[in-house]
Structures are given as structure tokens and as C-alpha cells.
Design a protein around this ligand. Structure first.
Ligand SMILES: [Zn+2]
Length: 494
């Protein structure tokens, strides 16, 4: 570890990267500390020398599941993965986990700490302005950890100081939650409909905004729907100078334009590319917000290949956020009791109204767009593109932190990926993007003991990914059920 660290440091010095660039990984993955008094009640397996025996291992690399293995943990680190018959060193506590699968903790790449459905929509789906995004600082980090997310990116923040402080307190063992890459406030241009977002004025202000929030401690940025090409270009330049990456949920800027400007990542698969939208004006969001472009872009078409070629050549990663898009398709998203239980009665009622609206007004265009997107996501991966996953807990209210991250992996299997490949997209690929693949994202000796124990076999039945029993973060095993009970009826309130 120390030697690898020195080699990394030397390479960094030789590369002449700016002084801020190196510590980002260390900020996202802070040094492990012992759980504090308020975290302790949720610990089921204290960190130590622990062997999880008779488990199936899905290691996160995409390799096939291995049966009847032993995973040995030593404090915050994975010590060994060995066949069940191999000797377990003396002094190791043995936990027989027959019937369970061990997988890497999920790396959620579109995992907000806020909720959208305020004010509640009426029976016709209308609500009055302004739209407010209430912060879920209590319930969201707990939901993520309980569902097996051990590292996440907030991918756009509305209460950035709350996100930064919650990260600090998690890292200090004061609060429960995953490792966090806190994304700065949205980089939004003129004409935003979100009352909590700042609207950037010009290039000079954009540069100051990025520098200021980087100095406050955010470790990534996200551009939003009304940013101009000039603002986006300046934001990327400034962020890169500081060693930080930029993603975007775009509309005013098309995917090819953003790739040419050097963006690192695009959110929502192929859903929000506006390059062929009718009426698209430069630097302006189109009325179709990408739906017409997606409807017309058949997977396998020369046009799709040309776009994917641009993205792959420019090393632009894509984040698949299928859970939020399946909500548009009547009957697609399951109505989950555990989701209902986590919500406040008001949030539950608002979601059911929105859900019923969708059932009453089936949207054929949404189904076509969804079918095109999953084909394009497969084509992107086949072409060598880096695909990651996240739920985007927004939309009609049915996508929740953590549960949504599991659903994202399930929907990738639905989309045609093998279960082990889908799990890699939800784990190692996110770690790779974050520059943390040598520390998290797969199960290997020397890596962080960030893993989940689920009952059943997700390699055969991907829905078993929902059966998280224990989430290990830095070698501490947290009791999933106990955490879920602590947020019952809270989501939607705080
Ligand atoms: Zn989002």
C-alpha cells in the first residue's frame, strides 16, 4: 500500500498535475475511523479479523460467480478470497454465511441527497410554482448504506453545505452513511425552473463559482440543462485545473458539443441528448429536452455509431439512470412495499397520484425512447465506453435512495447485460471513473472491505440484490434491517 502510494505520488509529480489534483481520492475515501456512539447501535459485525465462510462471491469485475468461498477481512481491508477448504488463520472469527452471496458495495453515481415531489402534485399532476427540492440529510444516507451503497456521488447538490457536513460527520464516525463524492451546486445557466439553483451570469463568474466551491471541499461538478457552451467550457477548464471532473445533465448543450468541450461524463444514458431535436437553438434547451433525438436514434444505426464513436474517443463516461425513466412507462416500475414503508404518508400519497396519472395516460413515446436507450447503452459498452449506474431519486417520487441503486442494476440485466456485467457497471465502473479502482469497486485482497452480504444468488436471480443483510464499509458490518427501521416513514420529510 505504502509503496504503491509512493509510486502514485512520483507519477503524479512527473505528470506535473496541479497541487490540488492528488488528494481527491483521499478526500472521497477518508481514512477509516471507529464508529462513534450514535453509529455503534447499527453495527452487527465489528471490524476485526473476520472470515465469511461458505459464500458465493461475485467480485465486481464481471467474472462469473464463484461458489463456496471464504472471504477473510482484516480490519478495514480484504485479506483473502479462498476456497472453503483452505485453512483459516488462527484468531479469525468465523461467520458461516451459507446461502449468501458477497458482492462489492455499490458505487452509486447519481445519488442525490434531496427529494423532488414538493409541492405535492394534485390529482391532475399539477403543482404550483416554485418547485422546491427538500433536503433528505437524515434519511438518504441511511437508505443508501442499508441498501448496500458504500460509495456515492451526489451528482448535483441543492444544500451543498449540508452535503459537505454530512460527509465530514460520516467520515468522522458521527453519522451513518457511505463514502461520498460531494458534487457542487448545479452549474446552471439562465432560465432555470428550480428556485434553489443559482443561474450563472457569464464565463468569469462561472470560473469564480467553480474555484469557490472546490475550495469549500466539493470533489466534482455537474452542469445542468440551461448552461451555455461558453460557461460549460470554462467550468470544465477550471475544474480540470483543480483536478476535478465534470458531468452534465444537459439540454442547451448537445452530447457532441459537450464531448468536444472535454466533459468527463454525461448523465441519463442517451435520454437527454438534444442534437437532433426540432427547434434546437445553440445554447438553448429545446422544447423536446432530448426526447425527439432519442426517438429517432435506432440502436445499431450509423448515426448511433457516429455518436458513440465521439463519446468513446473523447473518453466520456455515461451514467445509466434507468429507474427514474421506467417511472414514465405505465406498469413498468413495481410498487414496492419497502419503498412505501420508508416514505411519509404525504410523500406516499403524492407518489401514488403521480403513478396513477401515468397509468391513466400511457405514453407510447416514453416506451420507444426507453427501448432505444437500453440498446444504445449496450452498444456504448460494446464499443468500449465506460457505463456506470445510479437511480436519480427524483421524478414521480417512486425512486428512493439505495433501493433505486439496486433497481438500476436489475434494469441493466433487463436491458440485456449478464448479471455479473450489470453488477460491474454498478460497482467497479463507478470506482474506475472516480480514480478509486485500486481501492474499492471489486473484491480483491488489499482493497477496502466495502462489501454487501445478500441472501440468495443475484447471478441467477438479479432481484436477490434487494436482500441486503449486512453492508460492510471499511470492515464494519452494518445491520441493514435495523437502519431501515430507523428511517421508516421519514423519507420525504427530512
Ligand atoms: Zn439528477
Amino acid at each position: 500500500m505504502a509503496v504503491r502510494g509512493l509510486i502514485g505520488l512520483a507519477a503524479w509529480l512527473l505528470a506535473g498535475v496541479s497541487a490540488q489534483a492528488a488528494p481527491i481520492a483521499a478526500v472521497i475515501l477518508a481514512a477509516p475511523v471507529a464508529p462513534g456512539a450514535r453509529v455503534q447501535p447499527y453495527v452487527r459485525v465489528p471490524a476485526g479479523k473476520v472470515a465469511l465462510t461458505h459464500v458465493r462471491v461475485i467480485d465486481g469485475t464481471g467474472a462469473a460467480a464463484r461458489e463456496n468461498m471464504t472471504v477473510v477481512l482484516d480490519g478495514a481491508t480484504i485479506a483473502a478470497i479462498q476456497p472453503a477448504g483452505a485453512a483459516i488463520p488462527a484468531g479469525v472469527k468465523v461467520l458461516d454465511m451459507t446461502g449468501r452471496t458477497v458482492m462489492p458495495g455499490l458505487v452509486g453515481m447519481h445519488d442525490h441527497m434531496y427529494y423532488t415531489a414538493r409541492p405535492d402534485a394534485d390529482a391532475e399532476g399539477h403543482s404550483e410554482a416554485p418547485n422546491v427540492l427538500p433536503q433528505m440529510t437524515f434519511s438518504a444516507p441511511r437508505l443508501y448504506l442499508a441498501a448496500g451503497v458504500t460509495t456515492l456521488r451526489t451528482t448535483g447538490s441543492v444544500e451543498t453545505y449540508a452535503d459537505l457536513n454530512v460527509k465530514k460527520q460520516i467520515d468522522a464516525g458521527v453519522l451513518l452513511g457511505p463514502h461520498m463524492d460531494v458534487t457542487g451546486p448545479y452549474l446552471e445557466g439562465p432560465g432555470s425552473s428550480f428556485i434553489q439553483m443559482h443561474q450563472l451570469r457569464d464565463a468569469a463568474e462561472t470560473r469564480r463559482f467553480v474555484a469557490f466551491w472546490a475550495d469549500q471541499g466539493v470533489t466534482s461538478f455537474k452542469a445542468y440543462m440551461n448552461i451555455t457552451r461558453e460557461q460549460l467550457g470554462v467550468a470544465i477548464e477550471e475544474a480540470h485545473k483543480l483536478g476535478l471532473k465534470v458531468t452534465g445533465h444537459l439540454c442547451s448543450v448537445t452530447y457532441p458539443e459537450a464531448a468536444a468541450l472535454g466533459i468527463d461524463n454525461l448523465e441519463h444514458g442517451f435520454f437527454v441528448n438534444t442534437q437532433n431535436d426540432p427547434g434546437k437553438q445553440p445554447d438553448k434547451c429545446s422544447p423536446g429536452v432530448g426526447n425527439p433525438t432519442l426517438a429517432g436514434m435506432k440502436p445499431g444505426s450509423p448515426e448511433a455509431a457516429a455518436l458513440i464513436d465521439i463519446l468513446v474517443k473523447h473518453k466520456v463516461a455515461l451514467t445509466s439512470t434507468l429507474p427514474v425513466f421506467e417511472q414514465r412507462i405505465a406498469g413498468h416500475a413495481p410498487l414496492e412495499p419497502r419503498v412505501m414503508e420508508a416514505m411519509t404518508p404525504q410523500a406516499r400519497e403524492a407518489y401514488l397520484y403521480a403513478r396513477n396519472n401515468g397509468v391513466m395516460r400511457p405514453n407510447a413515446a416514453a416506451a420507444t425512447g426507453y427501448a432505444n436507450d437500453i440498446g444504445l447503452e449496450r452498444q456504448f459498452v460494446a464499443a468500449g465506453g465506460l457505463l456506470m449506474a445510479g437511480p436519480d431519486p427524483t421524478g414521480n417520487g417512486g425512486v428512493l435512495p439505495g433501493f433505486g441503486d439496486q433497481r438500476a442494476v436489475e434494469l441493466l440485466v433487463d436491458a440485456g447485460f449478464r448479471p455479473e456485467e450489470a453488477i460491474r457497471i454498478g460497482t467497479l465502473n463507478g470506482a474506475t471513473y472516480l480514480g478509486l479502482a485500486d481501492q474499492i469497486g471489486s473484491i480483491a485482497p488489499g482493497k477496502h472491505a466495502d462489501l454487501i452480504v445478500v441472501t440468495g444468488d443475484p447471478s441467477k436471480r438479479i432481484a436477490d440484490i434487494e436482500n441486503v443483510e449486512i453492508t460492510f464499509k471499511d470492515g464494519v458490518g452494518y445491520d441493514s434491517d435495523k437502519i431501515l427501521k430507523s428511517v421508516r416513514g421519514r423519507y420525504g420529510q427530512y
